[in-house]
Design a protein around this ligand. Structure first.
Ligand SMILES: Nc1ncnc2c1ncn2[C@@H]1O[C@H](COP(=O)(O)OP(=O)(O)OP(=O)(O)O)[C@@H](O)[C@H]1O
Ligand SMILES: [Mg+2]
Length: 656
């Protein structure tokens, strides 16, 4: 699959998932509209999400809930305050010649106290939710990343990294919104609505009817405008996603852009996307922008209506509504409309968060790489009779600890590096078989070379030795033990591998080499670098072994990256080496450096080397020619030349 194709698929996937994410929530101030697609799994998703709260979080959540209730009650109480002050303090004072300010002062004092408590409750609630929310996200991130580490390589073949990345960014962020804000807002709104509604009905049910009438109008206006706005937000999101993908792709390929002088073309393509984004943003934001003032105006109309109806009732209502009650009601009505609008906004973010959670859990539900291996690698000492026994310290000798399942007997097999394939078939995907009937053997200390056209299956064969993938048919034995019985981590410890693409990590040169053996000493690092022929160039770097290199290794040449990768594999000191030579052409001097490095690394070990330069494989014990997923020739350099077959063609073709 070409990189371009993968990229395009990635874009397609991103687009699809964006649509998937945005189609639910954004359509309609939808919450209220009831148009939001709250899927059947909503409850399960929430329960699963909340299971990431720890016990100590539960206590804090309860505390926050108490604070919310206290806040809502105080808010209702304070709405009633004005009415009480008018009816109980001010009106009596108006009738007295010498007004008594006592009750007024007392009422004010109580209110001040309540407001103080309210401020405190809000403070506690916010701080706890910040703590709890981030605690939850911390756990989600940890388990997501942890789970990724358990997934088989096949997962990463089929899921572009951009797609996986977005779960750590967009999706987690949506959950953050939910936990740190929406959750408390919705809860507090519901409590407020109930409390305020009761208070309003108790004051005057007639006026409550007026409030409900206007709320319904506000609700329908919100659906109409909000719906249009959210549809455009969806379009905007898609447009944004495409623009981001475009930027990413071109940043990655900046060199190619300049080589082909595509700067102007790229600029105009970017312009197109950018103006599309602008257009859609303007529409979406304008609609969202007018919704607020329209709702505010409707709220004001409601206020006037209430004042008129209330005034009428106060004058003609035969004492059913006092002036103070009217004042209280007006404040209450404001406190009623606000949480209603709030909920309709927050349910959107609930659905967004659920979409995010669903995507995250989809990754977490991916089955981890299966490993039924029970044979382990242990340090050992050699006995006089040639057998090995286990020790508790490193000796340089290793053994396979093999508990036989049927007999219950514990066997120790010395690790020698004998690898054999018996009639192995393999395919990455069911549609296309890649390897057919591969049989081969490498005795301890032998060097086996794979040659063949690009795409023939050389890398694939080595991917099977370390069990990146499991074979369909046939058998692979390591020191006589079926590799399926060996624990994967232990199997991989028994091999030093230089992959075809050299990946380095951000850190110092020393740290990068130590990647092969975390507890290596500085001397071991230098030793490994010397074996790999990397020492000289490292010493020429500004800070030697302490030079920080970026993950892309862009400050180093490709050949230097390869030398580091060889040093990294060398420090492992494993009995089997797999060297997949990078295809990039490098200068002849670096080539010979790499060659020397590889040769030193191979000394005394079983080695599988995939070579693109046939000059490097002539001293191999056996050369295997791979074509179309089959081994078509096997022999030494001389034997194969004599056969005048494919190898002869490759060799003479490449040297002519
Ligand atoms: N992860 C994968 N998923 C599906 N197909 C793959 C995957 N990796 C490789 N292939 C396919 O398997 C075949 C063999 O690929 P492989 O990488 O083994 O070739 P190779 O001999 O190492 O080639 P090169 O010399 O270019 O490195 C190719 O047809 C390739 O398209
Ligand atoms: Mg390859």
């Amino acid at each position: 699959m070409s990189r371009r194709q993968t990229k395009r698929e990635e874009i397609e996937r991103m687009r699809k998932e964006q649509e998937e994410q945005s189609s639910g929530p954004r359509r309609g101030m939808g919450a209220a509209a009831g148009k939001i697609r709250l899927d059947a799994d909503t409850g399960k998703l929430l329960v699963r999400l909340f299971s990431y709260f720890e016990k100590k979080h539960l206590f804090r959540l309860a505390l926050a809930a108490v604070c919310v209730v206290v806040g809502a009650l105080i808010s209702v109480r304070s709405s009633m305050f004005l009415g009480r002050v008018i009816d109980n303090c001010i009106k009596p004072m108006l009738m007295e010649a010498v007004p008594d300010f006592g009750p007024l002062k007392q009422a004010m004092g109580t209110m001040a106290l309540l407001y103080g408590i309210n401020v405190l409750a809000i403070l506690i609630r916010q701080l706890t939710m910040v703590e709890v929310g981030n605690g939850l996200l911390y756990k989600v991130r940890t388990s997501l990343f942890g789970h990724l580490q358990t997934l088989p390589i096949g997962y990463f073949d089929t899921h572009p990294y951009g797609d996986v990345m977005s779960r750590f960014t967009n999706d987690i962020d949506n959950i953050r919104q939910l936990v740190s804000r929406s959750l408390t807002e919705v809860f507090s709104s519901v409590i407020s609505i109930v409390a305020v509604f009761i208070a309003m009905v108790r004051l005057s049910w007639k006026m409550t009817l007026v409030v409900m009438g206007t709320i319904i109008i506000i609700y329908f206006v919100s659906i109409a405008i909000g719906g249009a706005s959210s549809r455009n937000f969806t379009l905007r999101q898609n447009s944004l996603g495409l623009m981001n993908a475009f930027i990413e792709e071109n940043l990655n390929g900046q060199k190619v852009v300049q080589v082909f002088c595509h700067e102007e073309k790229i600029k105009s393509e970017f312009d197109e996307r950018n103006s599309d984004l602008k257009k859609k943003s303007v529409i979406a934001n304008s609609l969202a922008g007018i919704l607020m003032p329209i709702n505010a105006s409707l709220g004001n109309i409601q206020y006037v209506l209430l004042a008129v109806v209330g005034g009428y009732l106060a004058i003609n209502g035969k004492g059913t509504l006092t002036l103070g009650m009217l004042a209280s009601f007006l404040t209450l009505s404001r406190n009623f409309t606000r949480p209603v609008t709030m909920i309709s906004q927050e349910v959107n973010s609930l659905v967004m968060a659920l979409a995010g959670a669903r995507r995250i859990f989809r990754v977490m539900d991916e089955a981890p790489e299966a490993d039924e291996g029970y044979v382990t690698l242990v340090p050992a000492v050699e006995n006089e009779d040639g057998s090995v026994s286990e020790t508790d310290h490193e000796t340089g000798v290793w053994a396979w600890k093999y508990p036989h399942k049927t007999s219950g007997e514990l066997e120790y097999v010395k690790v020698r590096g004998d690898v054999r394939f018996y009639d192995v078939d393999f395919s990455y995907t069911p549609e296309k078989q890649i390897l057919y009937d591969i049989s081969l053997f490498a005795k301890p200390g032998q060097k086996l070379a794979f040659v063949g056209s690009t795409g023939a299956g050389k890398t694939t064969i080595t991917n099977l030795i370390n069990r990146f993938y499991d074979i369909e048919d046939g058998k692979i034995r390591f020191d006589g033990i079926n590799v399926n019985k060996i624990k994967k981590a232990d199997l991989r410890h028994a091999m030093g591998i230089v992959l075809q693409d050299t990946n380095l990590f951000t850190g110092t040169v020393e740290e990068n080499i130590k990647y092969g053996k975390l507890d290596a000493t500085y001397d071991e690092v230098v030793q490994a670098a010397k074996i790999a022929n990397a020492h000289n160039f490292i010493m020429k770097l500004p800070q030697g072994y302490d030079t920080v290199i970026s993950g892309t290794g862009s400050q180093l040449s490709q050949g230097q990256c390869q030398l580091l990768a060889i040093a990294r594999a060398s420090i492992e000191n494993a009995p089997v080496m797999i060297l997949d030579e990078a295809t990039s052409s490098i200068d002849t001097r670096t080539e010979s450096l790499i060659q020397q490095g590889m040769d030193r690394l191979m000394a005394g070990r079983t080695t599988f080397v995939i070579a693109h330069r046939l000059s490097t494989v002539q001293n191999a014990n056996a050369i295997l020619v791979v074509e179309g997923g089959r081994i078509i020739e096997r022999g030494t350099h001389e034997e194969l030349l004599e056969q005048k077959g494919r190898y002869y063609q490759l060799y003479t073709g490449s040297t002519e």
